[in-house]
Design a protein around this ligand. Structure first.
Ligand code: AKG
Ligand code: FE2
Length: 317
C-alpha cells in the first residue's frame, strides 16, 4: 500500500515513514459492518498487524470494547484478575474469576479496561505516580511471561503530552525475514525464557524478587521463532531483554547471542515511532511485533485506556 485508499466507507493510509502499519479513519465502533471488518483484516495482513484508528474524539467504553472485539475475545486487563498479570494477594487465593469480576463491577470498575497514566481515571487529577512510569519503557511484547499471552493490545489516547511519550513498534516478521539462513536454522531449535520479574517500565511486579541471574528468573519458556497463524509468516519472539535467557546455554553464550538478536530485531528499518494524537486507538498483534514507550516529562500528563484480546498458545515456526 503506497497511497490512500477508500473502502467500505473507510479511508486507509500507510503510516508515515513506516514499512508497516496503516491509519484507518471513518469507522463508527458501534456500527462496524461485515465489509468494514473484512477491510480491517485485509489491512492487518497487508500492513503487518499494526493499525491506527483515528477518531478525533474520545471513545465511550462500549465503543472501545466493540473495536477490541473485531480482533478477538476481550481479555481481562493485566493486573485486574489473579493469574492474568497479577498474583493473588493474601486472602484472595480462593476467589474464582467470576467472584473477582463481580467484586470489581460492584466498585464500578470495568475489568477489561486498564487505565495507563499519571491521572486518576475518573477525576483526571494527578495521582501519585512511580517515577519509572515517566522513564523509557523497554522493547517488549505484552505479557509474554505467561503461557498464553494476549494476542492483540489496543491503546486509546485520551490525554497526550505535547512532546514525548511516543510509542515505538518494531516488526518481528520483517526482522525474521531478514535473518541470515544459518542463524535462522540455529534459532529454530532454541527456546527463550521470558522473565516475569519486571514490568516494561522497569518496575518490579508485586510479590516478585530480583533473581540471582537470568537462569534463575521466573518466567515462561517460548520458542524463539514463532509462526503467526493468521498469515503463515514467521516472527522472532524475544519478549524483553531484561533477564532474557536462551534455555540450556551457558549464561555468557546466551547473553552474546541475545545481544546479537536484539540488535538485529530492533534495527531502525523494522521500526515505526508513533506520535499520538488524542482520540486514536492503536491496535497491534503481539505475535508480530515488539513495542516500547519513549519517556514523558514528569511535569506533563499522559493518560490512555487499554484493552487486549485473549491469546493462544505460541506456535513454533
Ligand atoms: O503507553 C504506551 O505507549 C505503551 C504501553 C504499553 O507497553 C502497553 O500498553 O502495552
Ligand atoms: Fe506493552
Amino acid at each position: 500500500m503506497d497511497e490512500t485508499q477508500s473502502r467500505a466507507g473507510l479511508t486507509i493510509s500507510p503510516l508515515e515513514g513506516a514499512r508497516f502499519g496503516a491509519e484507518i479513519t471513518g469507522l463508527s465502533p458501534l456500527e462496524i459492518t461485515d465489509d468494514q471488518r473484512e477491510v480491517i483484516w485485509d489491512v492487518y495482513r497487508e500492513r503487518h498487524g499494526l493499525m491506527c484508528f483515528s477518531f478525533g474524539r474520545l471513545l465511550e467504553r462500549d465503543e472501545l470494547h466493540a473495536l477490541t472485539a473485531v480482533f478477538g475475545e476481550n481479555e481481562y486487563g493485566p493486573g485486574k484478575i489473579n493469574g492474568i498479570g497479577k498474583k493473588a494477594l493474601p486472602g484472595e487465593e480462593n476467589l474464582t474469576v467470576e467472584e473477582q469480576v463481580a467484586a470489581l463491577e460492584a466498585q464500578g470498575i470495568d475489568p477489561f479496561i486498564v487505565y495507563l497514566g499519571n491521572l486518576e481515571h475518573d477525576t483526571l487529577k494527578r495521582k501519585q505516580t512511580d517515577s519509572k512510569f515517566f522513564g523509557e519503557w523497554e522493547w517488549h511484547t505484552d505479557m509474554s511471561y505467561i503461557p498464553v499471552p494476549p494476542t492483540f493490545s489496543l491503546l486509546h489516547s485520551r490525554i497526550i503530552p505535547e512532546e514525548g511519550g511516543d510509542t515505538g513498534f518494531c516488526s518481528q516478521v520483517m526482522a525474521a525475514k531478514a535473518l541470515p539462513a544459518d542463524l535462522r536454522e540455529r534459532l529454530l531449535k532454541l527456546t527463550a525464557k521470558h522473565d516475569s520479574t519486571y514490568g516494561s517500565s522497569g518496575r518490579i511486579r508485586p510479590g516478585m524478587t530480583p533473581p540471582a541471574s537470568p537462569i534463575e528468573a521466573i518466567g515462561q519458556v517460548h520458542p524463539i521463532l514463532r509462526k503467526v497463524p493468521t498469515t503463515g509468516e514467521e516472527a522472532i519472539f524475544l519478549g524483553r531483554r531484561t533477564n532474557n535467557y536462551i534455555v540450556g546455554l551457558p549464561l555468557e553464550e546466551s547473553e552474546t547471542l541475545l545481544d546479537e538478536l536484539w540488535a538485529h530485531s530492533t534495527k531502525p528499518e523494522f521500526c515505526y515511532r508513533h506520535k499520538w494524537k488524542v482520540g486514536q486507538v492503536v491496535a497491534w498483534d503481539n505475535r508480530m511485533m515488539l513495542h516500547m514507550r519513549h519517556p514523558v516529562d514528569e511535569s506533563l500528563d499522559r493518560f490512555m485506556w487499554r484493552t487486549q484480546t485473549k491469546g493462544e498458545a505460541v506456535i513454533p515456526a
